[in-house]
Design a protein around this ligand. Sequence first.
Ligand code: BGC
Ligand code: CA
Length: 351
Amino acid sequence: MREKGLIGAGMVFCMISCMALFLCSCGKQQPDSAGKVHIGVAYYDQSDTFLNQLLDCLRERIREFETEEFETMITVRDAAGSQRTQDDQVKELIDAGCNVLCVNLVDRANPSEIIDLAREYDVPIIFFNREPVAEDMMQWDKLYYIGADAEQSGILQGELAADRMKEAAQTDRNKDGKIQYVVLEGEPGHQDTIIRTESVVETLKNSGIELEKLSYGIANWNRAQAQNRMMQMIGQYRNQIELVLANNDDMALGALDAYEKLNYTESALPVFFGIDGTDEGLEAVKDGRLSGTVYNDKEGQAEAMARLAVALVSGEGLEELLKEMEFEDGKYCYLSYEKVTKDRVEEFLEK
Ligand code: BGC
Ligand code: CA
């Protein structure tokens, strides 16, 4: 009898605790699936100026979706340049409950592991800034890309430089009728490096400017590396360099650093062009150290990422959004670049 009573009491206790557990877990899970977007962001390297500024925009934009019923959360991981590390981080983000991923690949040709993981857990991926190749984008229907059109940025940079050459004859300092130039390139293999370099040179040529390429340096988007490369090129070519075309603002600023370090006077400097319109880049355009830059619309990209993330998680308004933002093939969204010169720079500084 006593034993039976004990078992009975034990069973009742067990049932109550099971029910309590069940209720608790329901309470926990509900906002997770329905009323909450938890974005897991994985990006290739935390030393990247443009991406840090883009992610600040994303944090701001996603906060605007926060309401009483809808919670927003964002967790960011930096891969420090290792695809292996990034693959592991994506697994951790999924384990931590992220219900949508924003991935800035380290190696844009190597997303398979991440895609497989995301598909296994049914977590959609918005790739951004570093574009996967087309075949990989077709691996699953919940893959998207948000970025900008690399060719356009090269064309606009070329137009800026051509305008400058035509306006200011003194750019051709040795008066040989040609512009001696060097290029500072981003990471090899990055869509923006290859295409920007090609299209800027082609645009300049098409506009009737005679060019002579002296050299180029690979500086992986990085200011300090660009300074080094530029020091080497100055060592080799001295005063011959008339134009520096950089694939991004940080490298254009690094080139400027090199001349500053060598105490060049202003009249002996080449002209410099960047791309991005980072905060520092815009300041340099404002004070005339950079002749121009091309605005990489981080606000627009962040906005598209935030809206798409929310639509994917909530299941609401996805089709309309893809149409409104003119997603190509229902997957790709390219925001437009814009030219920035001194006379328009304030407009961009206010963004
Ligand atoms: C930007 C660079 C940046 C790179 C990172 C490019 O679109 O112009 O500044 O370093 O993306 O992937
Ligand atoms: Ca010349």
